[in-house]
Design a protein around this ligand. Structure first.
Ligand SMILES: Nc1ncnc2c1ncn2[C@@H]1O[C@H](COP(=O)(O)OP(=O)(O)OP(=O)(O)O)[C@@H](O)[C@H]1O
Length: 310
């Protein structure tokens, strides 16, 4: 069986003179959570909308559960759940009615009442969509995306604007989907969310993939070793003891940061060199720890710190 839930090869998407997606390729595995990350305007929504069959690619090949999202739209519809950034629910539809209607399109839907309860919408069941709060609208769209027990769900910024409780409920729902073997492809601007939920991360910038891999692998290789010690440590002496490419910075309060340029990050050898030097100089390195890179560190390293004008 084809193991990919989504396979995108050389995707190009243009809007007039704007190239939103430029030769983009990635694979999202089945039964796993894949997060598409990228600054505003990077091309995430365009990519996801082509995968959903809502937009046509200008070039490249897209396969969803092995099928073509435009040509095989009818076959894919019952197997794929979609949560649009814009909601996609008629403004006058009442939350409960809308979910019951969505349920009617599927052979074995999740009971609408159960989903309303899971997502904290029971008391809003009779409220028209336009009168729901932004967070309630988001949650209703999420519920509609999963009600048909899809094999794959596309979630475009599923937790944007949710309060912490609603975000946790959404995370739990995504976790349950994954446990049930459902593939999830989501976009988010919350790095902590991606780190927590995603098995696989694809970072996009200017319509191209700049990093792609298992979340743990992308964040591997912390470049810093930190410790506290006396405030008048001989920083130049320690620097001289370290391998080339390492530097030491002293900060107020006796905080020290050893940084390595080695792409593999801080290894056991560097930790041993620092502690050996400390022992030889009668220095106790307190709170010694290798600072793990977060997904946010990786994201900013790859996409820069400049604000995007888009
Ligand atoms: N319908 C459209 N017509 C013209 N340009 C568009 C259209 N949709 C998107 N774009 C442009 O394409 C580029 C990519 O947009 P897209 O929405 O795919 O990015 P994104 O990564 O999802 O951004 P965000 O994080 O802000 O949602 C942007 O420059 C955007 O202005």
């Amino acid at each position: 069986m084809d193991t990919a839930a989504v396979e995108v090869t050389g995707l190009v998407k243009r809007y007039g003179d704007t190239t939103a997606v430029a030769d983009l390729s990635f694979t999202a595995p089945r039964g796993a959570v894949t997060a598409l990350l990228g600054p505003n305007g990077a091309g995430k929504t365009s990519t996801i909308e082509v995968c959903e069959g809502f937009r046509r690619a200008d070039a490249g090949r897209v396969r969803v559960l092995g099928l073509d999202p435009v040509r095989d739209a009818r076959a894919l519809k019952p197997r794929v759940g979609v949560m649009l950034q814009s909601g996609g629910v008629p403004t006058g539809a009442r939350a409960g009615e809308w979910l019951r209607l969505m349920a009617a399109f599927h052979a074995d839907p999740v009971p609408p009442g159960l989903l309303l309860e899971r997502l904290g919408l029971t008391s809003a069941a009779r409220t028209p969509f336009r009168r729901l709060s932004g967070g309630q609208q988001q949650r209703l769209s999420l519920a509609a995306a999963v009600i048909g027990r899809p094999e794959l769900v596309f979630l475009d910024e599923p937790t944007a604007g949710l309060d912490p409780q609603a975000r946790i409920a959404a995370w739990e729902l995504v976790g349950d989907l994954r446990s049930a073997g459902v593939g999830v492809v989501l976009t988010t601007h919350y790095m902590e969310e991606a780190e927590r939920l995603a098995d696989h991360v694809v970072i996009i910038d200017h319509g191209r993939v700049v990093a792609d891999g298992p979340t743990g692998e992308l964040t591997r290789g912390g470049r810093e070793l930190r410790f506290r010690a006396v405030s008048d440590l001989d920083v130049s002496g320690l620097t001289a003891a370290l391998p080339p490419g390492c530097s030491v910075a002293g900060h107020p309060g006796g905080q020290y940061v050893v940084t390595t340029a080695d792409p593999e990050g801080v290894g056991p050898g560097l930790v041993a060199t620092v502690t050996t030097w400390c022992a030889a100089n009668d220095v106790l390195p307190e709170d010694l720890r290798v600072h793990r890179r977060t997904l946010e560190d990786v994201f900013l390293e790859l996409t820069g710190r400049d604000l995007r004008d888009s």
